[in-house]
Write a protein that binds this ligand. Structure first.
Ligand code: ACO
Length: 357
């Protein structure tokens, strides 16, 4: 049976950023509160659709693997904020990269990318596919209620992608676990104009149900349980783990997770300060950053885990291959952005603040 290994990676962060100080100009919050409670300093705000972010990340991942779009057998795009529900936005990426293959979106919220990697691994191990592009891409800031300080401070936009290829070498995704707990689906719930009553304009509004403390607790339990399981599946222990790449929803969640698992905190990769929670895009962006910073080395064992609305959870254990540098670098770029992060969100902030009066 072949192994499934990561051979390419790419990320796309929109250029405009919104700092904690920017946020404090239109909601009652402070840099001190956000940093101390979450670890976030700034987030990126997109001026383009989710599919545009995804397409750039995909082109960069293809170049890093030394492949063309036409080499792909499948495209899996994880997102909870697609620019269209029908058709899927994987098809936009497919057209952009010139692929002739299966392409579909999945929604497992913040765990979506790891779900996609799990599906791709199974597809490759079954012999059905040789090369799969898995993307996590989000534009959640487009859907936020910017008058709610409990959630507006948490999220950011971005995309990340990997190429997963079949190999005979004993490396790559050694084990994965996916789970969902529907009993807690109401503690994180958002409707983006998905009306209860299609003919009542009030119900067309965005709504958000969010119980941060309950999510916090369940995130640690869910990620901890599945992380232990993937290690166990491989006959490994926490001592074998070289690097942990966890979902970045709150730095305190990451600290508690590794402390409960008795893994050295220095082994946890944390980049939440720059991006906030980019949901499904978080882990592929973190993989790219970890490679750029030299935190991933050949042959290392990497534990990755995530948690999100659903409530979904996922974990995987990767044994990285030999190559930690891209084969080529794509020159794909987003269109220029002429506005600041504050300008991009200001109209939505004014709308929601007027409504909240
Ligand atoms: N600025 C200032 N004060 C704030 C803000 C803010 N942005 N948000 C909340 N507060 C206030 C609250 O009103 C409350 O004030 P009160 O004591 O006067 O009532 C106080 O701060 C404490 O609020 P808590 O909700 O208890 O704060 P907590 O320490 O739990 O942190 C947080 C909230 C950051 C949301 C945390 O619960 C969390 O990280 N939860 C899990 C992450 C999460 O839910 N992410 C969403 C995506 S799901 C996922 O990715 C897994």
């Amino acid at each position: 049976m072949p192994y499934a290994t990561i051979t390419g990676w790419g990320k796309c962060l929109p250029p405009a950023t919104l700092t904690n100080e920017d946020l404090a100009t239109f909601i009652e919050t402070s840099d001190e509160w956000i940093k101390s409670r979450t670890g976030i300093s700034q987030r990126h705000i997109s001026h383009v659709d989710t599919s545009a972010l995804a397409s750039i990340a995909a082109k960069r991942a293809l170049a890093a693997a030394g492949l063309e779009g036409s080499d792909l057998d499948m495209i899996i795009l994880a997102t909870a904020s697609p620019d269209t529900l029908i058709p899927n936005i994987a098809s936009t990426v497919q057209a952009e990269v010139g692929a002739k293959c299966a392409a579909f979106d999945i929604n497992a919220a913040c765990s979506g990318f790891l779900y996609g990697v799990g599906l791709a691994t199974a597809q490759i191990k079954s012999g059905q596919s040789q090369r799969i592009l898995v993307i996590g891409a989000e534009r959640l800031t487009f859907y936020l209620d910017w008058s709610r300080r409990d959630t507006a401070v948490l999220f950011g936009d971005g995309a990340g992608a990997v190429i997963i290829e079949a190999t005979d070498k004993e490396e790559g995704i050694l084990s994965y676990e996916l789970n969902n707990d529907p009993s807690a689906r109401d503690i994180l719930k958002a409707g983006f104009g998905t009306a209860m009553d299609r003919f009542d304009s009030a119900s067309l509004d965005f709504y958000l149900q969010f119980d941060g403390q309950e999510i916090f607790k369940r995130a640690i339990t869910g990620m901890g349980r599945l992380s232990a399981k993937v290690l166990d599946n491989c006959g490994l222990t926490k001592e074998d783990v070289d690097l942990v790449i966890p979902h970045q929803a709150n730095e305190r969640i990451i600290d508690t997770l590794v402390s409960r698992m008795k893994i050295d905190k220095q082994k946890a990769f944390v980049n939440i300060a720059n991006y906030g929670n980019t949901s499904a895009a978080t882990i592929p962006i973190a993989i790219c950053d970890a490679l750029e910073q030299g935190r991933i080395q050949p042959g290392q064992k990497i534990l990755s885990c995530a948690f999100g609305a659903g409530l979904t959870s996922a974990a995987l254990l990767i044994q990285w291959g030999e190559r930690i540098t891209p084969i080529a670098v794509s020159d794909a770029q987003l269109p220029e952005c002429k506005e600041t992060g504050l300008e991009l969100v200001k109209r939505a902030a004014d709308y929601f603040n007027a409504k909240a009066q």
